[in-house]
Design a protein around this ligand. Structure first.
Ligand code: FAD
Length: 282
């Protein structure tokens, strides 16, 4: 069996008081798997900056593992992003996931309102302002970003983020390992050296997965969709099936040379730990 590469876990700021109460326990459970770092989303699902900051600080307080905020630039100004970067630097943050963010539903084009139009401009700004202080992660789309004009223009946009100074990339989730290998090969042919870390989505809830996948352009293969339809509301059976599917995907990715894994935990420890448990040699 191949050696398991480093992995990281993604959290979102809790949306309810009960979620905040559970957060320390969640972080503690996940930290037992010794991830390289936690990342904390921003803006997705309506979370605000304080939510991201407070979640970040909870990670540091509870387990001392590195925590990286996601930073989106859509609709923001250079001054505001500059202040946020300064705040993160003062708080000891060394890694940032730099993103454009999703456009408002009313947007007429793929260009974001505000001082930054695309994520490559945010990466440039962070480098200009803070040199190499931050390790910068950017997003990659093996199945192509849903609003991209074409596969090629989307890949060119990714190359611009790498050239602007990204250190590493985390992909949107996917269920077809070949999409990842094809993307990684394209990057190698283009001379890009940055590691491309596959984003891994546990399967725990059919309706939620269908909703997320429609929004972010991830394809659910027909056989997975049909099996989930068959399992209906049998939560345990869905989690068992999902763990099998995702553990096998991770094994294929690792065997094919993926340099790491980034798991979208959905703020649940068990599915992530179950997947990783399968990967550990007995
Ligand atoms: P970009 O790389 O700027 O690309 C956006 C689109 O513009 C693409 O279609 C691209 O092809 C196109 N494009 C780029 N440059 C040009 C150009 N010069 N001309 C024309 N078209 C261009 N969202 C959140 O709100 N909060 C989060 O915390 C969050 N975390 C994420 C984490 C990961 C790992 C991933 C993969 C996504 C995350 N997202 C998050 C979603 C992300 O914000 C959206 O997918 C967003 O629509 C694109 O962000 P980006 O940084 O990839 O943008």
């Amino acid at each position: 069996m191949s050696v398991i590469p480093p992995y990281s876990f993604e959290l979102f700021p809790p949306r309810t008081p009960a979620g905040w109460e559970k957060l320390p326990g969640l972080i503690k459970s996940l930290s037992t798997a010794k991830p390289e770092f936690f990342s904390v989303t921003y803006g997705a699902g309506g979370s605000d900056q304080e939510g991201t900051y407070d979640t970040l600080m909870k990670v540091v307080d509870e387990c001392g593992i590195e925590a990286a905020p996601h930073l989106t630039c859509v609709g923001s100004s250079r001054a505001k992003i500059g202040e946020l970067l300064d705040r993160y630097k003062s708080a000891g943050v060394r890694r940032i996931v730099a993103l454009r963010g999703d456009l408002p539903a009313t947007a007429q084009s793929n260009e974001a309102p505000g001082d930054f139009h695309y994520a490559n401009e945010l990466v440039e700004f962070i480098r200009e302002r803070h040199g190499n202080h931050f390790q910068i992660e950017v997003a990659a789309y093996p199945e192509t970003h849903p609003q991209a004009n074409s596969v090629d223009t989307d890949f060119d946009a990714f190359v611009r983020k790498a050239q602007a100074g990204a250190d590493s990339a985390i992909t949107q989730y996917f269920f077809n390992a070949d999409a990842y290998f094809d993307f990684a090969e394209r990057c190698a042919k283009a001379g890009l050296k940055l590691p491309i870390i596959p984003g891994i989505m546990p399967i725990t809830n059919h309706a939620q997965l269908t909703r997320f996948s429609a929004a972010c352009g991830a394809e659910i293969p027909r056989w997975i969709r049909l099996r989930l339809e068959l399992l209906k509301d049998d939560k345990d059976a869905i989690v068992d099936f999902g763990t099998d599917v995702i553990a096998r995907l991770c094994e294929n990715l690792i065997a094919g040379g993926a340099p790491g894994l980034h798991i979208y935990t959905l703020n649940q420890a068990d599915p992530t730990l179950a997947i990783l448990g399968r990967l550990r040699p007995a």
